[in-house]
Design a protein around this ligand. Structure first.
Ligand code: E4P
Length: 215
């Protein structure tokens, strides 16, 4: 299973990349805006650190514009994956981009039927937003199981990303469901790392070690 970090904060990206636990990055317009920095500068900095898939979103509505935008975005690095919205025009763009070897991540996917269409169009990655589904009272993870099954039935090469993760349990459930990727916000990564019993255990061992006779 691959882990991407879902942020545009370079300090967090560097921290977890250097820890060796992330394989790539996903960003979106909200995350870029939250960084408070210039778009090009942020992407260039991420590309300097991360040598794995970096998803950057195209924001046009027409297929032809999405394609031109994608061609510009990929100039940042060989690792760029262009996020394309799950719309009719978006799928048209995905089809064309896949023909010319530009990797895509179809974003804002909320149903198995959308995921099926994205795979048919030739998406490299498909991002299902489980947290936003849960927020609305749905069981987001059920869709993950369904999509996984559909992709397996027909050997679709598209990789399924579980996105909009809200807590560590989402990551565990994504792993159990066999999702290819979980894109995880830094605060959830932090929660996955630590446990109060680990801290207690460390304190206890350190205290007891003091009592051990050492020559
Ligand atoms: C995925 O690529 C998106 O950036 C992200 O997971 C959206 O999550 P949110 O629902 O927390 O905004």
């Amino acid at each position: 299973m691959e882990f991407f970090i879902d942020t545009a904060e370079i300090t967090q990206i560097r921290k977890y990349w250097n820890m060796g636990i992330i394989d790539g990055v996903t960003t979106n317009p909200t995350l870029i805006a939250r960084s408070g920095r210039d778009f090009k500068q942020v992407v260039a900095e991420i590309a300097e650190v991360v040598k794995g898939p970096i998803s950057v979103e195209a924001v046009s509505s027409e297929a032809s514009e999405l394609i031109s935008e994608a061609k510009e975005i990929v100039k940042f690095s060989e690792h760029i994956v262009v996020k394309i919205p799950m719309t009719a025009e978006g799928l048209k763009a995905v089809k064309e981009l896949s023909k010319i070897g530009i990797k895509t991540n179809v974003t804002l996917v909320f149903s198995s039927s959308q995921a099926l269409l994205a795979a048919k169009a030739g998406a490299t990655y498909v991002s299902i937003f489980v947290g936003r589904l849960d927020d609305r009272g749905h069981e987001g993870m059920e869709t993950v199981y369904e999509i996984k099954q559909i992709y397996e039935n027909y050997d679709f090469p598209s990789k399924l990303i579980v996105a909009s993760i809200r807590h560590p349990r989402h990551v565990i459930e994504a792993a159990v469901a066999g999702a290819d990727v979980a894109t995880i916000p830094p605060d959830t990564l932090e929660k996955m790392l630590s446990h109060p019993l680990t801290d207690d255990g460390l304190r206890l061992f350190a205290n007891d070690w003091e009592k051990v006779k050492k020559r």
